[in-house]
Design a protein around this ligand. Structure first.
Ligand SMILES: [Zn+2]
Length: 133
């Protein structure tokens, strides 16, 4: 018996520089760019959508829009817009979460009804057959 004791040592020495640490103090709302609402007509400029009519590519911040940019609906200047903060992602996520919980709450109840209902029916059927003999 000559078993070579082979010990594999997995040394995970990673020397990663700590310069790629993301800023973690920011909330979702702060990371998302602010939307601006037209005080004149209520049109909302969403940076992630841009402005098709004004040929503004998606991802353009409101502050990056040219001074000549006008409201695509009523045509007022940028100065008539007010910052209404980040819109969309956080609230939408919350709604989806609630929706999922609603379904999850229903499913076990339906399962129980199906299982116990089938068991009960089967048992009754079995008893009725037994009673016939
Ligand atoms: Zn407008």
């Amino acid at each position: 018996m000559n078993e070579p004791a082979k010990e594999e040592q997995l040394v995970s020495k990673k020397t990663l520089p700590e310069e790629k640490t993301p800023a973690k103090e920011k909330t979702l709302a702060e990371q998302a760019p602010s939307s601006y609402e037209c005080r004149s007509c209520g049109y909302v400029y969403v940076p992630s959508k841009g402005d098709n009519q004004g040929k503004v590519p998606p991802g353009t911040l409101f502050t990056e829009l040219s001074p000549d940019w006008r409201c695509p609906v009523c045509g007022v200047r940028k100065t008539q817009f007010v910052n209404i903060g980040a819109q969309g992602a956080p609230s939408g996520f919350a709604e989806n979460l609630d929706y999922g919980l609603g379904i999850n709450r229903l499913t076990p109840a339906q399962k129980n009804i199906l299982i116990f209902g089938a068991l009960g029916l089967g048992f009754l059927f079995f008893l009725s057959l037994y009673g016939l003999h």
